[in-house]
Design a protein around this ligand. Structure first.
Ligand SMILES: *Cc1c(COP(=O)(O)O)cnc(C)c1O
Length: 515
C-alpha cells in the first residue's frame, strides 16, 4: 500500500502543508467511493418525506461518505492506534500525575444508579449518590485535615477560583477592602496567577531560594496589609517539600492574609502531611490526578475545595448534608446566606467523584500512604538513574517528581530539551513535561507515579541516557526527531490558535439528489 498523502491546512496565511506518512489516516470522505456499501442501510419508504413541508426539504443530499463496514471499523481502529495513553505506555508527565486508572473505577462510575440518575432527581430518589458524595467529602476532610469540603468545582483551576472567591468574600465580610494582592511563588503553576487576576486581584511574585523553596525573606517583604492570600504548592512544582512551611504560614497569618494550598501534588504526601493541620486555610484537590480517573485528554476532572473554620460560611452551596436519621439531603437555597453561591451546575463532575471514591475506598488509609511512599520512591530512583546524563538542579531528595535540565547538553551539543522530548517519541515514550516550571532553564519535569514497575523505570532511564549519548555522537539525529511519528514537528502555536479542523472536498462537496 502506498503512503497516503494528506493535505493539512494548518493556518490560512501559511497555506496548505502536506503531512506524509502511512500511519496517518485518510478521512472517511477521502475513502468514500460512490455506491460503496449501498444496499446495506435500509432505504426509507418512498413516502417518508411526505410529512415534511417542501420548504424544509433538502435540495441536495448531505455529502456523506460511502464505505463498507470493514473500512469504517479499520478507519477508527487505526485512528485509535495514533493515541498515546496510560493504557498503552508509560506517561511521565510531570505535574499531571498520570497514574494508571484501575478499571474497576470505570465499572463503578458506570453503575446504572450513578450514571443514569437524573441531575434534578429529588433527594429522596438520590440517596445512594448523595451518600457517596457525603462520604467522599468526609474522606477528603480526613485526608486534608480541613473542616469542610465542597465537591462542586470541575477541575483544579476551577477549585482555585472557588477558593480565592471565598478568600475575597472573607476579607470583604470583615470590611478589609484594601486586600487586593495575591502572592504566588515564581515556581507556581500558571493557573495560580490566572485565578488571582480572574478574581480581581493583582499578583505579586516571590522568587525561590537556592534550595528550590520559597524565599522566606522575600515573602516577608512582599506581605503587607494589601495581601489577601498567598498561594503555595506543597510539594512545589519542582517536586520539593517546602520544609519551612510552619514559618511561611506564620508569616502569612501574622500579616492578616489567608494561606491557599494548591493541592495538585497531593499524590506525594497522602497520609504524611495534612494541609489543614499545618495551618492552610483553603486548598483544592485535583481528584483526577491524585485519586485516578483517565486524565490528560481534556475530559472532565474534579477539583473539590477544602476549607478551615474561617471560610466555612462562604463555601459554595449546596453542600451534601446528613440528617440525624441517617438520610442525606442537599442544602436548601438560602440556608447558608453568606455562601458564594453555586460554582457549577448540579453536584460537580459526579462520574469523576465516583471514581475518586472507589479509589480511596479500595486503598484505605494505609494504602493511600503506601501510594505516596511508592510514588516518592519511584521518582527518587529515576532521579538517581538519570543523574549522570542530565543535570539535576536541586540535588536533594524529591517527592513524587523531579526536575532535570538539558542545559549542559545544549551547551555541549546544541541539543535542547525540546529535541530530547521529541526523540523520546521515537523510542516509544510520551515525553515528560518540558519547560515547566519556568525558573529552570531547559527543564524536564519527570513524574513516574507509583503505578510503574522498576523494569519500566529502568527502560525509560535507558532511553533518556541513550538520547544523551546520541546527542554527543550524532546531534542531528536528535534535533531532527521524531523520525517514526505520523507527523514531525508541527507549528504548535498556529495549530492551537487557528485550528482548521474542517474537511474540504477537493471537488464539489455536494452532489445532486438522486431521484
Ligand atoms: C494540574 C495543576 C493545576 C491545575 O489543575 P487542573 O485540574 O488541570 O485545572 C494547578 N496547579 C498545579 C501545580 C497543577 O499541577
Amino acid at each position: 500500500m502506498t503512503a497516503p498523502r494528506i493535505e493539512m491546512t494548518i493556518g490560512p496565511e501559511l497555506g496548505p502543508r502536506t503531512a506524509l506518512g502511512p500511519m496517518l489516516q485518510p478521512t472517511l470522505m477521502e475513502l468514500s467511493r460512490p455506491g460503496r456499501g449501498e444496499g446495506k442501510v435500509p432505504h426509507p419508504p418512498a413516502d417518508a418525506l411526505e410529512d415534511i413541508p417542501v420548504e424544509h426539504r433538502r435540495a441536495m443530499p448531505p455529502a456523506l461518505p460511502e464505505l463498507n463496514e470493514a473500512e469504517v471499523v479499520r478507519h477508527f481502529v487505526n485512528l485509535s492506534h495514533l493515541n498515546y495513553s496510560i493504557d498503552s505506555g508509560f506517561y511521565p508527565l510531570g505535574s499531571c500525575t498520570m497514574k494508571f486508572n484501575p478499571k474497576i473505577n470505570e465499572w463503578a462510575a458506570r453503575l446504572f444508579g450513578f450514571a443514569k440518575l437524573h441531575p434534578l432527581a429529588p433527594d429522596a430518589l438520590a440517596q445512594g449518590t448523595l451518600q457517596l458524595l457525603w462520604e467522599l467529602e468526609e474522606a477528603l476532610k480526613e485526608i486534608s485535615g480541613m473542616a469542610a469540603v465542597t465537591l462542586q468545582p470541575a477541575a483544579g483551576a476551577h477549585g482555585e477560583l472557588t477558593g480565592i472567591l471565598m478568600v475575597r468574600a472573607y476579607h470583604e465580610a470583615r470590611g478589609d477592602h484594601d486586600r487586593r494582592e495575591v502572592i504566588v511563588p515564581d515556581s507556581s503553576h500558571g493557573t495560580n496567577p490566572a485565578t488571582a487576576s480572574m478574581a480581581g486581584f493583582t499578583t505579586v511574585t516571590v522568587p525561590s531560594d537556592e534550595r528550590g523553596g520559597v524565599d522566606l525573606d522575600a515573602l516577608r517583604a512582599a506581605l503587607s496589609p494589601r495581601t489577601a492570600a498567598v498561594m503555595l504548592t506543597n510539594p512545589s512544582t519542582l517536586g520539593l517539600f517546602e520544609d519551612r512551611i510552619v514559618e511561611l504560614l506564620d508569616a502569612v497569618h501574622a500579616a492578616g492574609a489567608l494561606a491557599y494550598m494548591d493541592g495538585a501534588n497531593l499524590n506525594a504526601v497522602l497520609g504524611k502531611f495534612r494541609p489543614g493541620a499545618a495551618g492552610f486555610d483553603v486548598m483544592h484537590f485535583n481528584v483526577h490526578k491524585t485519586f485516578s480517573t483517565p486524565h490528560g485528554g481534556g475530559g472532565p476532572g474534579a477539583g473539590p475545595v477544602g476549607v478551615g473554620e474561617a471560610l466555612l460560611p462562604y463555601l459554595p452551596s449546596p453542600l451534601v448534608l446528613r440528617e440525624p436519621d441517617g438520610s442525606f439531603r442537599l442544602e436548601r437555597p438560602g440556608e447558608r446566606p453568606e455562601s458564594i453561591g453555586r460554582v457549577r451546575a448540579y453536584q460537580g463532575s459526579t462520574g469523576v467523584l465516583v471514581r475518586a471514591y472507589a479509589y480511596i475506598r479500595a486503598h484505605g488509609g494505609t494504602g493511600l500512604a503506601q501510594v505516596s511512599e511508592d510514588a516518592v520512591l519511584a521518582a527518587n530512583y529515576l532521579k538517581s538513574r538519570l543523574g549522570g546524563a542530565y543535570e539535576i538542579p536541586f540535588d536533594r531528595p524529591c517527592k513524587h517528581e523531579f526536575v532535570a535540565t538539558a542545559r549542559p547538553l545544549k551547551e555541549a551539543t546544541g541539543v535542547r530539551t525540546l529535541d530530547v522530548a521529541k526523540r523520546l517519541i521515537d523510542k516509544g515514550y510520551h515525553p515528560p513535561t518540558i519547560y515547566f516550571p519556568l525558573i529552570v532553564e531547559e527543564c524536564l519535569l519527570i513524574e513516574p507515579t507509583e503505578t510503574e514497575s522498576v523494569e519500566t523505570l529502568d527502560a525509560f532511564a535507558e532511553a533518556l541516557i541513550e538520547i544523551a549519548r546520541e546527542a554527543h555522537e550524532d546531534p542531528d539525529l536528535v534535533i531532527g526527531a521524531p523520525h517514526s511519528a505520523p507527523v514531525r514537528r508541527l507549528d504548535e502555536a498556529t495549530a492551537a490558535r487557528q485550528p482548521d479542523l474542517r474537511w474540504r472536498a477537493m471537488t464539489g462537496a455536494e452532489t445532486p439528489c438522486p431521484q
